[in-house]
Ligand binder design. Sequence first.
Ligand code: M6P
Ligand code: ZN
Length: 183
Amino acid sequence: MLNEIDLETGKLRDIKNIVVRRASDMRGFFSNSEALEKLIESGDPIIYEVFEWKYSSSPGNLSYAVTVLRSGDVGGEFYMTKGHYHEKEEMGELYICLRGRGLLLMQNREGDVKWSEMKRGNIAYVPPGYAHRSINVGDEEFIFLAVYPSDAGHNYGDIKEKGFRKLVMKKGDGYEVVDNEKY
Ligand code: M6P
Ligand code: ZN
């Protein structure tokens, strides 16, 4: 029940599950698929890793995970997580940033879309019904802790098909949030 996190690196002492997402796992998620294929051919780098702790999946339990999102871009679109709705859409989530600079992009089925800038110490709340994706807009790793109901589930299908309403693109030394023409 008691775990320990290194607040500098996000490293958890006890981990129940690790998910590694390489460029080749991200097909369908980045808007420029040609640029993604080039990245896959040039060594298929890791985009992000998720280190999860879970007690039980039964209703009422909470789980948490540290995500380490690398820095980079695919055709100008910053490295990001796949993003998902919860299978149980009535369930929310809490994000706490430990390191780096990122955005938490959220949208609901009614067409509302919003994003929070994330830097060390920021806490962002994902309300029920909002799909959520993290984007690394900095030049070092973006590391955050997320806490969510253990039975919330991940629904990637709608995101893979249509994406989010907004894309987060490189602009000079910073970023811009633009409309996703394919949505
Ligand atoms: C956070 C949580 C996890 C999620 C991870 C990566 O840690 O929201 O549930 O798995 O980010 O995001 P995704 O599953 O969308 O790739
Ligand atoms: Zn979630």
